[in-house]
Design a protein around this ligand. Structure first.
Ligand SMILES: NC(=O)c1ccc[n+]([C@@H]2O[C@H](COP(=O)([O-])OP(=O)(O)OC[C@H]3O[C@@H](n4cnc5c(N)ncnc54)[C@H](O)[C@@H]3O)[C@@H](O)[C@H]2O)c1
Length: 280
């Protein structure tokens, strides 16, 4: 355990998550790691729970070097017994669980006609079943402790479908439903459950899609009114808001953080505005 120091951002004390303990699944890299850094900057203690042992340890070391109290736990979210052990470990090492970010997720582009049962099950087991039981295990701990916050990671694909990603889209739509159900069911325990639906963020997940030619940057820009990728920090800022006491009246919601993709704008439609909306 490394002693905590007060992190400052300019002249402003960043303490929105002071005395909070957060578990972040899939927190070794990408969106999860950005959330871990943001939460650490806001004063939270962090447990990174990830299937990749060494990467999780490295992420925890990086957080510790920032002055955060951080640790790691190797977890495959498909193993419900291990999920419960991870939550027990968090209680033992950090004293409690205040926040769960249900971020671990996988995608594997494949035409639906060719999809195997094995791949279907793997994506569902990680993205949906794993997220549900992480919520259940952390939720039981939070209830004991008087409450908490759960932030699920959905996707823009829960509303805007993407061909060649059937189980991913189905699983993320399921996350939206799960968020509404648990949000309603657990508000009485002072556990707030919400979700973020990110748009197109440059991480290993999207880099892999590009490498497999299942995704193209031009497509991303054409459907995004902001005409760019989103950043992991933009997702982390929203996660922090949902995990903090600034969002106490938001329950069971899915917030789309996607540069306007889910407005459903036709690809390339902005060309008309560019041509016809010259400043007077
Ligand atoms: N990148 C995007 O554009 C985007 C868009 C919408 C939603 N998301 C969602 O955001 C989340 C994070 O995605 P990312 O882009 O950072 O991807 P990523 O592949 O960089 O990170 C995923 C993390 O989950 C971990 N993980 C995978 N399987 C696991 C398992 N069985 N148990 C525990 N951990 C496991 C990985 O080790 C990794 O650390 C995912 O749920 C993803 O679906 C991403």
């Amino acid at each position: 355990m490394v002693s905590k120091i007060l992190i400052r951002f300019g002249d402003v004390e960043m303490n929105r998550l002071k005395n909070q303990v957060a578990i972040i699944t899939g927190g070794s890299r990408g969106i999860g790691m950005a959330i871990a850094k943001k939460f650490a900057n806001e004063g939270a203690d962090i447990l990174i729970a990830d299937i990749m042992k060494e990467e999780a340890e490295a992420a925890a070391r990086e957080l510790s070097s920032m002055g955060s109290n951080a640790g790691s736990y190797q977890l495959d979210v498909r193993d419900v017994g291990e999920i419960y052990k991870m939550v027990a470990y968090c209680e033992k090492e950090f004293g409690k669980v205040d926040i769960l970010v249900n971020n671990a997720g996988v995608q594997k582009p494949c035409p639906s006609m060719k999809l195997s049962e094995e791949d279907f099950d793997r994506i569902m087991d990680i993205n949906i079943k794993g997220a549900f039981f992480c919520a259940q295990a952390a939720g039981r701990s939070m209830r004991k402790n008087g409450g908490g916050k759960i932030v699920n990671m959905s996707s823009g694909n829960s509303r805007m479908v993407n061909v060649g990603r059937a189980p991913y889209c189905i699983s993320k739509t399921g996350i939206n439903s799960m968020t509404a159900v648990l949000g309603a069911e657990w508000a009485m325990y002072n556990i707030r459950v919400n979700a973020i639906a990110p748009g197109w963020i440059q991480t290993e997940m999207t880099k892999r899609g590009i490498a497999l030619k299942a995704l193209d940057e031009k497509q991303v820009f054409a459907v995004s009114p902001v005409e760019r990728w989103g950043t992991v920090e933009e997702i982390a800022n929203l996660a922090c808001y949902l995990a903090s006491d600034e969002s106490t009246y938001i329950v069971g919601q899915v917030i789309f953080c996607d540069g306007g993709w889910n407005t459903g704008m036709m690809p390339g439609a902005l060309d008309y505005i560019r041509e016809n909306d010259k400043p007077e």
